[in-house]
Write a protein that binds this ligand. Structure first.
Ligand code: C2G
Length: 131
């Protein structure tokens, strides 16, 4: 069984997230998503709208996702790959090169981002809708 892992905040789930989850799953048989805890999001200078438990519950309902684990810090990826026996690590190409150190442990694939959609854009558009 080929296991894939990807990481992210996945707040206000949108088609950009769905596209990468679908494509990550298509690369193997089992997809693990490590979603950032609220505490780790603070380290990423990100304030998610939905707290961790809700983002986890929403992701677990996505057909492409087989397992959701917490992402507590930047340094857990090697351990995660080993512990979960992961074959492929996937991230959007905005992270191109950032995680190449994982190539010693698994395949590393960066996929094109979906243009025109982002959590930041959703928040911006909603806050200016009545301007
Ligand atoms: N993404 C995408 N297209 C978009 C928006 C996001 O392909 N329009 C991808 C990102 O490239 C990432 C994943 O969806 O691979 C999750 O995006 P975020 O929730 O913004 O995750 P991020 O804050 O980049 O966290 O340790 C890694 C970090 O946790 C990644």
């Amino acid at each position: 069984m080929k296991k894939v892992i990807t990481y992210g905040t996945f707040d206000l789930l949108h088609t950009g997230h769905i596209n990468i989850l679908r494509r990550a799953k298509e690369l193997g048989d089992y997809l693990i998503v490590a979603i950032s805890t609220d505490e780790f999001n603070m380290l990423k200078h990100k304030q998610a709208y939905y707290p961790f438990e809700q983002r986890k519950q929403i992701l677990e309902a996505v057909r492409y996702v087989d397992e959701v684990i917490p992402e507590h810090n930047w340094d857990q990826k090697v351990e995660d790959v080993k512990t979960h026996d992961v074959d492929i690590f996937v991230m959007g190409h905005d992270w191109e090169g950032e995680f190449d150190f994982l190539k010693d442990y698994c395949e590393v694939i960066y996929l094109p981002r979906t243009e025109g959609v982002s959590t930041t854009k959703i928040k911006h558009d909603l806050s200016h809708r009545d301007d």
